[in-house]
Design a binder for this molecule. Structure first.
Ligand SMILES: Nc1ncnc2c1ncn2[C@@H]1O[C@H](COP(=O)(O)OP(=O)(O)OP(=O)(O)O)[C@@H](O)[C@H]1O
Ligand SMILES: [Mg+2]
Length: 450
């Protein structure tokens, strides 16, 4: 299965012991956690004390039929999917089952492959339905306005809580578009500094020569053009939080100055010899492997340790399980509202492709893709062919194990480039290589160099 989710739980109900055994064996091999029951009454008893993702039930059983179990589950366990197995003769039962709210039915006889396929489909439908459940979305969102139910994101929420209760320096790491700034803001606005400013500084976006005066301010006459004294970001953030985004992009000289602020809690304006005390909490972020940069001696080790008193590693979107459905529906609704369009939904095929895509640009990429789709779609269902072609070509294909490394690399580069609309600077950042290396690699692939 390859997913890092906890095992999905399935309850199998059938009066024939052989069938129960076969189903249990096949599903267990696939990684599911399987419990069996020989009849509907037993099944109901188990359902009262344990929760399941899916119930698979036979239709024809001596006392109570599978159809009654379908109704029972639908009425009492909204979060559990149900699938019915029917014989040739009972196709009416199958129709009835779907009408009563079953996710799907499976006609006998079926192969192992058909069984697994049907279970996967039923679970996917269930996941999509769970996300549509707007009543619970508030609860999910309330965690600092950051959506996420996966255990990976729950860990992030706990870390935010801990960080917000102190003034310790925080280092946030994560791929591009994972929500680093969102987390930084959540820390500030949940801390007792919340009424003082949150000041974001993009260290990669300010020219080297200007960064020092932007951060610390300068006095009149400090350099040509300094006609007045001006406060820097650190003074502006006094009492609050400064967010040093892309901190890996600072020069070694600048790093020494940052280290001094962290140690002495004072800043020195450019052109002045006096330093002033400031009370500023520092939160830094990077999408680079900072420790790797320390090893290459382009980032100071002492600063790295000063910054990473608390570290929060934000998982990539592909490592957040079903959070992707939650985010998809959130953005669908957001952009439909903005454009005054009726609510849109995805077809099952489209959902599958979106779920399997690699998402190199993470939540930001997802947000952009959905915005484009909402603008472009006329009907109210987004179908697989409406999706960007690169998702359809590279997303669904299971990576085969005998591909050459170069081929995989080229495909990844293509995906990343597409996710940032061909912006080579951004692509090289995501890929963790410099622009020159990216250009070299692009030379190897004619199709990338139109
Ligand atoms: N869990 C989430 N729930 C809702 N929105 C999210 C979530 N994560 C990210 N976003 C949205 O995705 C976008 C990117 O988030 P953000 O700017 O915080 O990412 P980042 O890691 O700082 O990205 P970059 O590395 O490109 O600077 C923002 O519009 C943000 O609101
Ligand atoms: Mg950012």
């Amino acid at each position: 299965m390859g997913e890092h989710e906890s095992r999905r739980r399935i309850l199998v109900v059938d009066d024939a012991p052989d069938t129960l055994e076969v189903l249990q064996r096949n599903l267990t091999i696939e990684g599911y956690m399987v419990i069996t029951a020989p009849g509907v009454e037993e099944a109901c008893r188990i359902l009262d004390t344990e929760t399941f993702d899916l119930v698979i039930t036979d239709y024809k059983m001596p006392k109570i039929t599978g159809l009654d179990l379908v109704r029972h589950v639908r009425e009492n366990f909204k979060d559990t999917g149900i699938m019915m197995i029917t014989g040739y003769a009972s196709i009416n039962g199958a129709v009835e089952a779907v009408k009563s709210g079953a996710e799907d039915y499976l006609a006998k006889p079926f192969t192992e492959k058909e069984l697994i396929g049907a279970v996967k489909r039923a679970l996917e439908k269930l996941d999509a339905r769970r996300t549509l459940d707007t009543g619970t979305e508030k609860k999910r969102l309330s965690a600092y306005g950051i959506l996420g139910e996966s255990s990976a994101m729950q860990r992030v929420f706990k870390a935010i809580e801990k960080a917000a209760s102190t003034s310790a320096t925080v280092l946030i790491t994560g791929e591009s578009g994972t929500g680093k700034e969102l987390v930084a803001r959540a820390i500030h606005y949940n801390s007792d500094r919340k009424s003082a400013p949150f000041v974001p500084v993009n260290c990669g976006g300010i020219p080297e020569g200007l960064l020092e005066s932007e951060l610390f301010g300068h006095v009149k006459g400090a350099f040509t053009g300094a006609v007045d004294s001006r406060a820097g970001f650190f003074q502006t953030a006094d009492g609050g939080t400064i967010f040093l985004d892309e901190v890996s992009e600072t020069s070694l000289a600048m790093q020494v100055k940052l280290l001094r602020v962290l140690q002495d809690k004072e800043v020195c304006m450019v052109g002045s010899s006096r330093s002033r005390k400031v009370d500023v909490r520092i939160v830094a972020a990077t999408n680079k492997d900072l420790l790797g940069l320390v090893r290459k001696e382009v980032f100071r080790e002492d600063l790295f340790f000063r910054l990473s008193v608390i570290t929060i590693a934000i998982p990539s979107l592909r490592n957040r399980g079903n959070d992707i459905f939650l985010l998809m529906h959130h953005f669908l609704r957001k952009f439909a509202d903005e454009l005054d369009k009726p609510p849109l939904r995805f077809s099952d095929d489209a959902l599958r492709i979106l779920k399997n895509y690699y998402w190199p640009g993470n939540v930001r990429e997802l947000e952009n893709v959905i915005q484009r789709l909402v603008v472009m779609t006329d009907g109210n269902v987004i179908e697989a062919p409406d999706l960007p072609s690169l998702m359809r070509s590279s997303g669904i294909r299971a990576p085969s194990l005998n591909r050459a490394l170069g081929e995989v690399e080229q495909e990844h580069i293509r995906n990343v480039l597409a996710s940032v609309n061909g912006n080579k600077t951004k692509a090289s950042q995501i890929l963790g290589i410099d622009r020159k290396t990216l250009r070299e690699k692009l030379k190897d692939d004619k199709s990338l160099n139109e």
